[in-house]
Design a protein around this ligand. Structure first.
Ligand code: M6R
Length: 609
């Protein structure tokens, strides 16, 4: 949510900042801007829309070279996307420029104070107060001014600040919104995530909350808010840069859908224990006693990760006999949840930075619950603060619509349930078949991907429909929720996921011949009852698209639009059916010509509440 990149070093920062912004654009793309220092003056450039607009503005201008600059791509929170609201924000005397991710909750009070002191505001944003505050507090020492300013802020922030009188440094601060610093020879790059850094260097420092970093071309010094120097480790990140490229695919989303056999293969690799027919998952750091001591699991997450959690609930209850509840992370955080030392609070987050999921983790820890996380982004805040968990190894997910992270999350949850199950009630023999099925997930996904042309045809036939229902039962119910989320976020069609039994309790009133219902009806428990629900929809003239098991002849008479997934155990169906639904959503959005990787109003990582 919003992207920050900043550079100080021996090279001209402008093209580097532009390419950094392009890599971060998936985090927000309402507007963007750059501020850099040249001959003790700050120049700034801002444009509404994509980074390419900023780039053409800069190409047309006679901008001078600069070796220090900050840049930002915005996802609007306060004020419409506009040049004035785009970052960087400058102070009244134009000697300070700031880029900010997060939300300043007390900005109104600060703003009226600053206005009373003569500060001239240019934007409607909460962020601009920071630039003016620093100007007011500056007494010849940028670090001291920033340190004093952040003490007055309530909210979440990741910041990068420059001052025209101190062009030898950038000051970066983190509190609730990630900041990582890349260290290279004669240059340092600050960014809100690794994607803007890894093409320059693999040596990075992740800031912790309340860290203030003084970054020069040759050094990074970190202090706490009391101005005491602190040390942070330099990490070497194992990130394949090409993984963040489209590699010939039209969209990142399509690439990521097709990457799923490999991504899930990576998530599974080395984690199955063939000697004991269990799962290893060493990051969970739980021995057999820990596994039997846990009495209850609460999964807290948002969006697609929440839907993965719902499938995890079925796995954990079904296989391990463990009471499991799934909560929207924001609700968990504010609801005064009942947890104790025998509860495991499991946070699921692709980015590992989602504000509500992070807050849920902190709340669970504070209440004495055990915690663990399932994350994709290595070194992310949730993964670090949870202290134990399982990485997905899915590789970077750039498309705003989450795809491969979901199937990896579900695969990891299945292995986790297997591990709990083996400790609690599953026999060696019970587990053998499941292990076999888990190993075949990449193959099963491949079989779904081979149907893509057929799914594309169905998507084209129904792309005009503006309302959609997705229905399912049992393991296919959370798939219906995820399928609806996928379709709505990239095609902007109204889509809702329901339990198949729920339609007749109200939603069925909406159905007519223009309202497709996608029925998830693979040949596992619940199929026969779902067929009854399909009949009910057809009786209301609603067109029905059915996702069925390959070779299941019993459904062909209900529709011409049959999507097939391979026959597998019920535990695998939520994965294969979801891949089919991802393709359906993708092709509907493509047929409508939507901006699939950067859907309107969305951002990849939601770091505000
Ligand atoms: O990074 P997280 O998994 O914590 O993100 C949670 C949601 O913001 C995310 O899944 C969102 O719903 C996606 N746009 C779904 O495709």
């Amino acid at each position: 949510m919003c992207g920050i990149v900043a550079y100080i070093g021996s090279k001209n920062c402008i093209p580097l900042l532009i390419s950094g912004l392009q890599r971060l654009e998936y985090r927000g793309y309402d507007s963007s801007g750059i501020a850099c220092i040249h001959k003790s003056t700050i120049s700034d450039y801002k444009a509404v829309g994509k980074v390419k607009e900023l780039n053409s503005l800069i190409e047309k201008s006679s901008i001078d070279e600069s070796q220090v600059g900050i840049a930002h791509t915005r996802w609007a929170t306060h004020g419409l996307p506009s040049e004035a609201n785009a970052h960087p924000h400058l102070s009244t005397n134009r000697k300070f420029a700031v880029v900010h991710n997060g939300i300043i909750e007390n900005y109104k009070a600060l703003k009226s104070n600053l206005e009373a002191k003569g500060c001239k505001f240019q934007s409607e944003t909460d962020s601009e107060v920071i630039a003016h505050l620093i100007e007011q507090l500056y007494d010849g020492d940028l670090v001291a001014a920033v340190a004093s300013a952040v003490k007055m802020l309530v909210g979440a922030y990741g910041l990068a600040v420059i001052a025209s009188d101190e062009p030898d440094k950038i000051v970066a601060v983190r509190n609730g919104s990630p900041i990582v610093i890349g260290i290279s020879e004669n240059e340092s790059i600050i960014a809100s995530d690794l994607s803007a850094i890894v093409s320059h260097t693999k040596q990075v420092i992740f800031l912790n909350d309340n860290d203030i970093a003084i970054v020069t071309a040759s050094n990074v010094e970190i202090r706490n808010q009391e101005n005491v120097p602190i040390s942070r480790e330099i990490d070497t990140v194992d990130w394949d840069f090409s993984a963040a490229e489209k590699s010939g695919y039209e969209h990142f989303m399509l690439k990521e859908i097709f990457e799923q056999p490999e991504a899930v293969g990576n998530a599974i690799r080395g984690r199955l224990d063939h000697v004991n027919n269990s799962a290893l998952l060493s990051g969970l750091n739980m021995d057999a006693q820990d596994l039997v001591t846990i009495k209850r699991i609460i999964i807290a997450a948002c969006g697609t990760s929440l839907n993965a959690g719902l499938i995890g609930e079925y796995y954990l209850e079904d296989l391990a006999g463990l009471v499991t509840e799934v909560e929207q992370a924001a609700e968990f955080r504010y609801r005064n949840p009942l947890v104790d030392a025998e509860t495991l609070c499991l946070i699921i987050s692709q980015s590992g930075e989602t504000a509500d999921s992070l807050a849920a983790l902190r709340e669970a820890k504070l209440k004495g619950s055990q915690v663990a996380a399932i994350c994709n982004v290595v070194g992310s805040t949730i993964s670090r603060e949870s202290g134990r968990g399982i990485y997905l190894h899915a590789g970077p997910e750039i498309g705003v619509a989450s795809t491969k992270a979901f199937t990896c999350q579900v695969s990891v949850l299945l292995m986790m349930a297997l591990k709990f199950a083996r400790a609690r009630r599953y026999t060696y023999t019970d587990a053998a078949e499941l292990i076999n099925e888990i190993e075949k997930i990449p193959e099963y996904i491949d079989a779904v991907l081979k149907q893509s042309k057929k799914i594309e045809k169905i998507a084209k036939r129904w792309a005009h429909a503006t309302n959609w229902f997705f229905i399912g039962r049992g393991y296919q119910y959370p798939v219906a929720l995820e399928a609806a989320l996928k379709l709505k976020e990239i095609s902007y069609h109204h889509a809702e996921g329901y339990h198949a039994a729920e339609l007749k309790h109200g939603p069925i009133a909406l159905l007519d011949e223009n309202f497709p219902v996608v029925a998830l009806a693979a040949d596992i428990d619940g199929k026969d009852k779902t067929i009854g629900n399909i009949e009910e929809c057809l009786a209301r003239k609603a067109p029905v698209i059915i996702c069925a098991t390959q070779g299941d002849k019993s459904l062909a008479s209900y529709t011409k639009d049959l999507i097939e997934i391979p026959a597998s155990s019920k535990y695998i169906v939520p994965i294969t059916a979801t891949v089919a639904m991802q393709l359906l959503a993708y092709y509907v959005a493509k047929e409508r010509g939507e901006d699939i990787d950067q859907p309107r109003n969305l951002a990849k990582s939601v770091t505000v509440e």
